[in-house]
Ligand binder design. Structure first.
Ligand SMILES: Nc1ncnc2c1ncn2[C@@H]1O[C@H](COP(=O)(O)OP(=O)(O)OP(=O)(O)O)[C@@H](O)[C@H]1O
Ligand SMILES: [Mg+2]
Length: 346
């Protein structure tokens, strides 16, 4: 992904105490947070048992889980998107489901539907695949808007309403929606307002030469991507909850908040963009930066955290002007220019 600060590599910082609360309760919370961080860091190694490379994608997914966000995954076919999400759910001891979004998929195929039971002569609700922890929504742009909307509503509300009854979705609940960057023909691109609901857009790159060779060697050594039994649950909902609590305590300097806002405002003024980042996007960037700060072992956010997360958090929230697009501009390129020009606090 080529971030200024590479995601997936160690943030480098060590835990620094800056005027934290004291006492046995605070001490225990701190201990829980440390254990959670160690477990979530170990996830990377566990996922690496099946997937070669893709470190930034794994880190992006963990950040999204910590922020209770949803993820857009973009990558050409065969780059281990499915393998990655499946392995992650196993390593986190979470339930996993996958839905292939096709042109004839109905909203009820995602959220569930009322089914008539002949024996009891009553309607019974049958849960759809959305009732899971990690939902892989494959090729979300192949399904018409009505079905997309049913998923997006469930994502936003974390519940499904059937005949006036609200049924809460499990917690954690995260949707990873894939989009194929090449095949846009005959598809229903998500409207801007819907894209804004995804916390991050992660690009899954084709592996490097060395990584691809390592992958082939694994396969030659008998690795079977359908058999994930070697993957152990190294963290789970408890660690995620402790992590979330710790992220909420990450200190934000007003100067860093102003930096986030300045970056977002710069997107609204960029001559290459017809749509800049919304205030929701600004809150998203702050959230992901804080989660990354905590994962990196700090209890305060730095401008470098913001820089590292700016592209994955903002790239799907801006829209290029057609002229700029014709000239070969990309959302990442424009964001890179903005990062280079907006002064960061010191
Ligand atoms: N980085 C990688 N590490 C290990 N195996 C890989 C990697 N990339 C691809 N593979 C291999 O390619 C196979 C295909 O991966 P997978 O089905 O997960 O891809 P995908 O991105 O979900 O594709 P699609 O878009 O077609 O659904 C994997 O089962 C694995 O054998
Ligand atoms: Mg797949």
């Amino acid at each position: 992904m080529n971030h200024p600060v590479e995601l997936g590599k160690d943030g480098g910082g060590s835990a620094v105490d800056t005027g934290q609360a004291s006492g046995p309760a605070a001490e225990e919370a701190r201990h829980r947070a440390e254990t959670a961080r160690a477990a979530l860091t170990a996830l990377r190694g566990e996922v690496a048992k099946t997937v070669v490379g893709q470190d930034s994608v794994v880190t992006g997914l963990v950040i999204a889980l910590l922020c209770r966000g949803h993820v857009l995954l973009e990558g050409v076919p065969g780059t281990a998107k499915t393998l990655l999400i499946k392995t992650l759910s196993r390593a986190l001891d979470l339930d996993f489901k996958r839905v292939q979004f096709t042109p004839d998929l109905m909203p009820g195929d995602v959220t569930g539907s009322l089914v008539y039971d002949n024996r009891t002569s009553e309607f019974e609700y049958r849960e759809g695949p959305v009732f899971t922890n990690l939902l892989l929504a494959d090729e979300i742009n192949r399904t018409p808007p009505k079905t997309q909307a049913s998923l997006l509503e469930a994502m936003e509300e974390r519940q499904v309403s059937v005949e006036g009854d609200a049924r809460p979705l499990p917690d954690p609940f995260m949707v990873c929606a894939t989009q194929n960057p090449i095949e846009y023909e005959g598809t229903y691109p998500l409207p801007e307002a819907q894209l804004d609901r995804f916390l991050v857009k992660l690009t899954v790159p084709v592996p490097s030469r060395d990584e691809e060779i390592a992958m082939l060697q694994r396969h030659a050594g008998g690795f079977d991507p359908r058999d994930l039994s070697a993957v152990r649950p190294v963290a789970g909902p408890e660690e995620l909850a402790a992590g979330r609590a710790a992220v909420r305590a990450v200190h934000l300097d007003p100067k860093v908040a102003a930096y986030v806002v300045d970056l977002c405002r710069a997107t609204r003024q960029s001559p290459s963009l017809q749509l800049g980042v919304s205030p929701r996007g600004a809150t998203a960037l702050l959230a992901t930066s804080r989660a990354w700060a905590w994962l990196s072992g700090r209890d305060y956010v730095t401008p470098d955290d913001v820089k590292a997360l700016a592209r994955p958090t903002l790239r799907h929230r801006v829209q290029l002007r057609p002229e700029a697009e014709l000239e070969g501009a990309t959302a990442d390129g424009v964001l890179e220019g903005i990062l280079a020009h907006v002064p960061a606090p010191r």
